[in-house]
Design a protein around this ligand. Structure first.
Ligand SMILES: C[S@@+](CC[C@H](N)C(=O)[O-])C[C@H]1O[C@@H](n2cnc3c(N)ncnc32)[C@H](O)[C@@H]1O
Length: 285
C-alpha cells in the first residue's frame, strides 16, 4: 500500500534530532502544567509528509517528524497532521494509526496556511489549551500571515524551518524580480523592504542605462531579516541554526518562536550543544 519513501539527507536528520530534543523538553514542562491550569496540549505538524524516509547515504529507513512527535515521552494529548498531498497523507495515516492505536489524532488534507488559520481560532488563550506547531515546508509555502495568526492566539510555540535556498532560487542576479516574485516574497516575508538592500542600482559600463544587480545573498542576513519579522509578532525568538548541504550551500534555518522566554532559552541551549558537536565533528547528535 505504501509507495517508495522520499529520500532524506544528513541535514534533515539533524533537524529531526533538534526537534526531538525540543519536544521532549516542551512535553515535560506542559505535562507538569496539567497538574494546575492546563487542560491539554497538542502537537501540530503543518507540513507532515508521509512519515518515513529513505536515507540515501546509509540506505536505512528513517522516521519523519510525525513519528518523532508520537514517540515523545510524556505523550501529547493529541496530534494533528496537515498535508497537501493526498497520497502522502494517506500513507502517513495508515502508518501512524497502525503503530499508535488509541492515540488522539486528526488528519487534515489541504493547504497548511488555511488550516492553521482555522486552528488558531480554535485553540484560544481562554480555552486553557496550548500547542506546539512544526512548520517544515520544502520551500516558500509558509505565509507570514499564518505565523501572525499563530502569534495572535498566544497559545502556540512554533518551530520554523525557513528556506534560504528557496529565496536564493527565485532571485536572479542581474535582473530585478518580477512583480509575481515580489508578491510571493511579500507573502512569505510579510513585506519586500529587505529587497532594496539586496539590489543596488549600479551604473552599467557599456550600456547607456543603469541596471540592477543583486549583491551576494548572505544566508545569515536573509535569515535574520526573517527572524526580525517573526520577532515583531512573537516576543521570544531563539537564535537560528543554519543548515548547509554537503557542498556547504545554505539550505534553511531553524528557529523557535514563542511567547515564553524559557522556551527560547531551552532552544538556544539545544542549538548551542548542536553547534559545538557540529563544529568538532562529524559524529551525530
Ligand atoms: C519537508 S516535507 C515535510 C517533512 C516532515 N516534516 C518530516 O520531517 O517528516 C514538506 C511537506 O509539506 C507538504 N506541503 C507542501 N506545501 C504544503 C502546503 N501548502 N500545505 C500543506 N502541506 C504542504 C509536502 O507535500 C511535503 O510532504
Amino acid at each position: 500500500m505504501c509507495g517508495e519513501a522520499d529520500p532524506i539527507r544528513a541535514w534533515s536528520r539533524d533537524k529531526l534530532s533538534l526537534l526531538e530534543r525540543y519536544l521532549g523538553a516542551y512535553s515535560r514542562i506542559m505535562s507538569k502544567q496539567k497538574q494546575s491550569w492546563l487542560r491539554s496540549y497538542s502537537y501540530i505538524d503543518a507540513f507532515a509528509g508521509a512519515g518515513r524516509y529513505l536515507d540515501e547515504d546509509t540506505r536505512e529507513y528513517v522516521d519523519g517528524s510525525p513519528f518523532v512527535a508520537l514517540r515523545c515521552i510524556p505523550p501529547f494529548d493529541e496530534y494533528r497532521f496537515i498535508e497537501r498531498s493526498s497520497s502522502r497523507l494517506g500513507e502517513l495515516r495508515a502508518r501512524v494509526e497502525k503503530e499508535f492505536p488509541g492515540r488522539e489524532m486528526r488528519f487534515y488534507h489541504g493547504d497548511a496556511n488555511d488550516i492553521l488559520r482555522q486552528i488558531s481560532r480554535e485553540i484560544t488563550y481562554g480555552s486553557w489549551r496550548r500547542a506546539f506547531v512544526f512548520l517544515d515546508p520544502y520551500g516558500l509555502e509558509l505565509e507570514y500571515s499564518t505565523v501572525c495568526s499563530l502569534a495572535e492566539a498566544h497559545t502556540f510555540d512554533v518551530f520554523v524551518n525557513f528556506s534560504v535556498m528557496g529565496i536564493n532560487r527565485i532571485l536572479q542576479r542581474e535582473k530585478l524580480p518580477s512583480s509575481k516574485t515580489v508578491e510571493l516574497l511579500q507573502r512569505v516575508m510579510g513585506d519586500s523592504e529587505w529587497l532594496d538592500e539586496l539590489y543596488a542600482v549600479q551604473p552599467a559600463l557599456i550600456e547607456s542605462h543603469d541596471r540592477s544587480f543583486r549583491g551576494r545573498l548572505r544566508a545569515e542576513r536573509v535569515a535574520s531579516q526573517y527572524a526580525e519579522r517573526v520577532r515583531r509578532v512573537f516576543p521570544h525568538v531563539s537564535h537560528p541554526v543554519l543548515m548547509r548541504n554537503s557542498r556547504d550551500a545554505p539550505l534553511y534555518v531553524l528557529f523557535l518562536a514563542s511567547h515564553n522566554g524559557t522556551a527560547a532559552k531551552i532552544t538556544n541551549d539545544i542549538f548551542s550543544a548542536f553547534e559545538q558537536v557540529r563544529t568538532g565533528r562529524r559524529t551525530p547528535l
